[in-house]
Write a protein that binds this ligand. Structure first.
Ligand code: ZN
Length: 636
């Protein structure tokens, strides 16, 4: 690891021209720098073996064929590269790929490449020889379902329609290298074009310009003109239909899901317009959402032009669409201004939770946004308590130390919720007008660039905090970012809507009837708050009374259902029947799996019961989820 760390100079990455030859040690100590409008950044990405300061990929031409019978992807990737004078090798990240052939535009022969074996979770370093005149290299390779952790091939039975297979990818954080040899670091961007061949009855979509109809030959063409990092390289293949939702928005889903998805996401166009009005123009052309089968491991993934979303946000009443606001907000924070390494992920996620909250406030009102913020505060407290109990207090810092660790370890609630509250504190301290104008300038100044935590702090200081001597001392951003836990100056949010919930719940706990709870006007965040507040030790009678009146176990709202399961499983609620098992087998979203399996561990059945369900459910999970659950349950 020590020899393979990558120190990047942003300026060098974005403006390699000619320069002097530099040895490895020299580069690590003194990164090549150059003029650009962005100040030169120095940082370490522990999670890539590429050396973009020497030779970097600018454009990808990708031809791929998907074989659903074999569950393989065979492809030829042709890269247009830039390199420093005298550099004789370009390095790419690969993991579990079979490399069949490598060629160069300036050579007739098949090239001999070296694959340097490295750490299992990081994969290997592919070293390809280049000369002074090399402009492109091309690689023929094969990715398989077993080897490529990014790919999830689904059998027809795992889809909504049950007739056709499905394939989707999840590249973040460092899984792109399992289906594309690439410089797999969030700070390295490339444009791409692709031709993807799939079975005739299916449609292919990418994080690029997309078709809106199936074609006859199953061959689809894509173009991504804005440069993107590898973690945003994405593909989905299935029996899909498209429905437009506005001038630059729409939704893709399986035919049986498309109508309910279109209804649920009706507000997407106004979300895009609202977001653009807040922080500057939407830079990616179309904003579409694809609803994936339930095994998708995340709520959503912000693949540019095409958000990937879990079907568990389709509740029938648009109550869970904050998730779409979140993925949309990433079109600015993350996709436009990108965390330089995964240690800076709070710059992607904290900004996005803040921005999401602002979009929700514009569309659904301040009351609603406040409720979401308070739920986020509850999550944050739980997360800190849990990390402390796991001896992981160091992970409660916003700038997290990931040296020698899988970047997924940093993907706790901290970058999201603690990041959100830091930005909320800045907003409250400097005033919304100043803060919004700062953010708009920030997104514009650093669009299509990378950002480190340190460089953000410099910029914040220079452009905002230096205007008033008291602001810095009131906020103490360094404390938030580099120290553990939640600082005392965390903003306090109040919600009259939640106060109503507290009052109604208090009446019930003092012996009132569940049917007397005045809840006809309640919205989803209030129900979640209600369930969160219920005392942890309920009797069978109490649980069954609540369930009888409110139907939590059979709720069509997956957030409510999952919160309820989390609460009553440790109390061994008898009314659950097979519903927990059914849910865990169908849904692969990690956000639900983790607390529900944890709750099972606390139940009477304990680990054996959790493992029995897990064994049945595991084949339906993407590796992102199964790796986390393997760890949680000690599964081998
Ligand atoms: Zn996010």
């Amino acid at each position: 690891m020590k020899n393979s760390i990558l120190i990047l100079a942003l300026a060098a990455v974005s403006a390699i021209s000619c320069g002097t030859e530099k040895g490895k040690e020299q580069i690590q100590q003194e990164p090549a720098m150059n003029e650009t409008s962005n100040p030169a950044l120095e940082y370490i990405d522990y999670h890539s073996y590429s050396k973009p300061q020497e030779a970097v990929v600018r454009h990808l031409n990708w031809e791929a064929n998907i074989d659903f019978d074999q569950k393989t992807l065979s492809a030829t990737a042709t890269y247009t590269i830039d390199h420093m004078q005298g550099v004789d090798t370009i390095y790419l990240d690969v993991r579990n790929l079979t490399i069949n052939k490598v060629n160069r535009d300036d050579s007739q022969e098949d090239l001999v490449v070296a694959i340097h074996k490295k750490e299992p979770f990081l994969g290997d370093q592919l070293a390809i020889p280049i000369t002074a005149s090399t402009k492109t290299i091309s690689i023929e390779y094969l990715a398989t379902a077993e080897g490529a952790d990014a790919l999830q091939f689904l059998d027809p039975i795992q889809t909504a329609g049950k007739k056709h297979p499905f394939l989707f990818t999840q590249s973040q954080a460092i899984l792109a290298r399992t289906w594309l040899p690439c410089q797999d670091s969030p700070g390295i961007r490339f444009t791409y074009e692709a031709e993807v061949t799939v079975p005739k009855e299916l449609m292919a979509l990418m994080s690029a310009t997309n078709p809106t109809e199936k074609n006859e030959n199953g061959v689809y063409h894509f173009k991504m003109e804005q440069p993107v990092p590898s973690y945003l390289f994405a593909l989905a293949v299935g029996d899909l239909e498209y429905k437009s939702l506005g001038k630059n928005t729409g939704v893709y889903a399986e035919p049986s899901v498309i109508e309910s998805a279109a209804y649920e996401f009706e507000d997407i166009q106004s979300m895009v317009d609202t977001a653009s009005a807040l922080y500057g123009p939407y830079q990616w052309g179309m904003y579409d959402v694809i609803v994936l089968p339930p095994s998708f491991p995340f709520g959503g993934m912000e693949n540019p032009r095409l958000t990937f979303a879990t079907p568990t946000i389709i509740a029938g009443d648009k109550s869970l669409t904050a998730l779409i606001a979140h993925e949309l907000a990433h079109s600015w924070s993350g996709n436009l201004v990108t965390n330089a390494s995964w240690e800076d992920i709070w710059l992607n996620e904290g900004f996005t939770v803040y921005f999401e909250n602002r979009i929700m406030e514009e569309i659904f009102g301040a009351d609603f946004a406040n409720m979401l913020a308070l739920l986020s505060y509850q999550d944050l407290q739980d997360e800190i308590e849990w990390l402390n109990s796991e001896n992981r207090s160091a992970d409660t810092r916003l700038k997290v130390d990931l040296k020698g660790r899988n970047p997924d370890d940093g993907l706790t609630g901290i970058p999201y919720d603690k990041g959100f509250f830091l930005l909320k504190l800045i907003e409250e301290t400097v005033g919304r007008e100043e803060w919004d104008s700062f953010l708009k300038t920030y997104f514009n100044a650093f669009k299509f660039k990378v950002m480190t935590t340190e460089s953000f702090l410099d910029y914040l200081d220079k452009e905002l905090l230096s205007k008033n001597a008291e602001w810095e001392t009131t906020i103490q951003p360094n404390k938030w970012i580099f120290e553990e836990g939640l600082p005392d100056n965390c903003p306090k949010i109040t919600s009259t809507k939640f106060e109503t919930v507290e009052r109604e719940l208090a009446k019930w706990t003092k012996g009132g009837k569940a049917s007397a709870i005045q809840s006809s006007e309640w919205v989803t965040p209030q129900w979640l708050y209600f369930i969160n507040l219920i005392n942890g030790t309920l009797s069978q009678r109490q649980m069954s009374e609540l369930d009888g009146v409110f139907g939590f176990t059979k709720s069509g709202n997956s957030e409510i259902k999952a919160a309820w399961f989390e609460k009553v499983i440790p109390n061994n609620y008898e009314g659950l029947g097979s519903s927990v098992e059914d849910f865990l087998i169908e849904v692969g979203r990690r956000k639900f799996l983790t607390p529900i399996y944890k709750a099972l561990l606390k139940s009477e059945g304990g680990l054996p019961a959790a493992k029995t369900i897990y064994e049945k459910a595991r084949p339906n999970y993407h590796t992102v989820s199964s790796e986390s659950m393997d760890k949680l349950l000690g599964y081998k």
